[in-house]
Design a protein around this ligand. Sequence first.
Ligand code: PEP
Ligand code: MN
Length: 264
Amino acid sequence: LVSRKRQPENTVIDIKGVKIGNGNINHVFGPCAVESYDQVAQVAESIKGKGLKLLRGGAFKPRTSPYDFQGLGLEGLQILKRIADEYDLVTISEIVTPTDLEKAVEYIDVIQIGARNMQNFELLKAAGQIDKPVLLKRGLSATISEYINAAEYIVSSGNGNVILCERGIRTYEKATRNTLDISAVPILKQETHLPVMVDVTHSTGRRDLLLPTARAALAIGADGIMAEVHPDPAVALSDSAQQMDIPTFDRFYEELTDLENRLK
Ligand code: PEP
Ligand code: MN
């Protein structure tokens, strides 16, 4: 169902009027994790000030160590809902179990399925039964074919509103957190009709590479960028080394839109 052969036209995802795909470019910014109302509100303020609409923030954090901050759970989703209402934004947050999925649809606009759950087939099937767009990240070591099959699980379960997101894959290279597979973007766009975004934060794990990789992603045809922004990354409870502070985000966004305008 996700194959380009089956549907030649690009799918456009409409999130409360915010369109992604088929030439509609929209970016997702926000903190790695929702930590407090004030923390998210500061980022929301900056996003709104740029005329942007999509805000991310993790509430259920899939952390490598059980001793690391696990996210605020439902309370985190409630904070996102409050911010979305107050700032007129649409929100994206990762959900990790089918049970939480049912509760989450009340609070957020887009369900993120993270890299670690790309082949959690029960979660994929459950995401296929909800009436919200799903942003599906590529698995840590997933081939493109496995990734496309994961998207197929969601679409074949009844939900055609899937956004793909390349977020780097595991390789022997240690200079970056993961290796951004930039060629996955045109391949996914050739083989499927779904929009494709690029997460520059989790792929590089390096603040100094966010802008160059985001530019490469737009130049190669991505439908949007995901990057993490935190009011004070040094004290962030997760991904402290790679989130942008707000002045850095301002410069990043200015340069990104500059390229976007030149590409038009
Ligand atoms: C995230 O976007 O918060 C995240 C954990 O990313 P990934 O699943 O790509 O590691
Ligand atoms: Mn993160």
